[in-house]
Design a protein around this ligand. Structure first.
Ligand code: GDP
Ligand code: IMO
Ligand code: MG
Length: 420
């Protein structure tokens, strides 16, 4: 059993990119299993920041094959730009390092158009407007275009025609203009030709990796509370974010997975609409936003900031079968007088210790920990941490029942403290 899954434990942007980069130094394969260019994973290596949206976060390491898995929805235009940018940094983006599953679905211009039109209306949920929802709708509606279809002109024409006909009334209803098919066919055939060397049988490659006992990291995107089945519906993304999505999205059996590593910040953030019981609407929230650089890596939107929520985190731990946690951005709490930790909710005078399907009307119950000042970079282990952080680690481990193996104290690879 060789597959380790890295999954966001909150609402996304927990620092998965940094952790995947760190964990793939010796990996053979790193594979994204879901989502698309709604993700923004940031890598900071030797002072240079790289934000990647589609290519797995092991690409800056020398060795691992980076697989864009079957469960993804891929915007080929975004992918080509991303590959060009990486190549301009001297990164090998040839078929030696990048494999795009022929099963993965394609995000087309009408998906982006529909996402944008919907977000301009009354039922907006604050999506990234990257066409993710409509692309997954087409997949489930069995009228999607797969990466392999980009390589066959006749099939591409039939698939796009089918989808555009199906979407036309919706587009008109939303006040949009139904796009012409010919320019789409021309542009997407060209994308197919450009990406042809990278498109292949990722499922077979992953089966081989599992059978040979290679080291595989499955990279999640988004966060557990944005999962289509178990997140804060309808304020969720349209894919399976949870670790179970690594099995379905990569085409491997759940028995191939050995570790599930959840990533949580030492506080919490959320982008877009939806419930967030520990949200701070005051100067403290603004301070965390500024210190943590909490602005969307895809959309630049200010992220909503608040305290860590151990009720939600415990739920995420159970949803994923997590075996360990990595806590990031502990350095951002530096200089605060008090660190608050949500240990329960209250509703109508009752304590609630689980995450209900509707979070409205809940208020957070906090335990307060002492703040700390000074740089954490000199800390080498748990014993060196300031009291407030030690207690935060202990409370989180007690609530979730899993160990925190690493504490991240800065965006660079080296700014990580091994705790267990
Ligand atoms: P992802 O989507 O989960 O990969 O996370 P993002 O990349 O969207 O957002 C995390 C941000 O925090 C990025 O800008 C990272 O460079 C940064 N980051 C990651 N870990 C740490 C940390 O421990 N401390 C600080 N200050 N920044 C971090
Ligand atoms: P990473 O991988 C944070 C959120 C959007 C919106 C909801 C639905 O960087 O952690 P979508 O465009 O997916 O239909 O939007 O999901 N969202 C994310 N929030 N980080 C992400 O990815 C996200 N991907 C989607 O803000 O609330
Ligand atoms: Mg992100």
């Amino acid at each position: 059993m060789t597959v380790n899954v890295v999954v966001g434990a909150q609402w996304g942007d927990e620092g998965k990119g940094k952790v995947v980069d760190m964990l793939t130094e010796h990996a053979d394969v790193v594979a994204r299993y879901g989502g698309g260019a709604n993700a923004g994973h940031t890598l900071v290596v030797n002072g240079r920041k790289t934000v990647i949206r589609l290519v797995p976060s092991g690409i800056l390491q020398d060795k691992p094959l980076c697989v864009l898995g079957s469960g993804m929805v891929i915007d080929p235009a975004v992918l080509r730009t991303e590959l060009e940018t990486l190549a301009s940094y001297g990164v090998d983006t040839s078929a030696k390092r990048v494999l795009v599953s022929e099963h993965a679905h394609v995000v087309l211009p009408y998906h982006v158009l529909i996402d944008q039109l919907r977000e301009a209306g009354a039922n907006a949920i604050g999506t990234t407007k990257r066409g993710i929802g409509p692309a997954y709708e087409d997949k489930v509606g069995r009228r999607g275009v797969r990466m392999i279809d980009l390589l066959d002109g006749a099939r591409l024409r039939a698939r796009v025609q089918h989808a555009v006909e199906a979407w036309a009334p919706t587009i008109l209803n939303l006040g949009g203009e139904v796009p012409a098919i010919e320019p789409i066919l021309e542009a997407y055939s060209a994308h197919g030709q450009a990406l042809r060397p990278l498109i292949g049988d990722a499922t077979e490659r992953l089966h081989q990796a599992v059978e040979r006992g290679e080291s595989v990291v499955a990279e999640g995107a988004q966060g557990s509370l944005l999962d289509i089945d178990h997140g804060t519906y309808p304020y969720v993304t349209s894919s399976t974010v949870l670790a179970s999505g690594a099995a379905s999205g990569l085409g491997i059996g759940p028995t191939a997975i050995s570790k599930v590593i959840g990533i949580t910040k030492a506080y919490a953030t959320r982008v877009g609409s939806g419930p967030f019981p520990t949200e701070l609407h005051d100067a403290l929230g603004e301070r965390i936003r500024q210190r943590g650089g909490e602005f969307g890596s895809v959309t630049g939107r200010p992220r909503r900031c608040g305290w860590i929520d151990l009720v939600a985190l415990r739920h995420a731990t159970r949803l994923n079968g997590m075996t360990e946690l990595v806590m990031t951005k502990a350095d951002v709490l530096e200089g605060l007088e008090t660190i608050r930790v949500c240990v329960a909710y209250e509703a109508g005078g009752q304590r609630v210790q689980r995450l209900p399907a509707a979070l409205d009307g809940l208020s957070a119950v906090y335990e307060d920990l002492p703040g700390f000042s000074g740089n954490l970079s000199g800390c080498r282990g748990l014993a060196d941490l300031p009291e407030g952080l030690r207690r935060l680690v202990a409370l989180t481990e007690a609530a979730t029942g899993v160990p925190i193996t690493w504490l991240s104290v800065g965006p660079e690879r080296e700014q990580s403290i091994r705790l267990r």
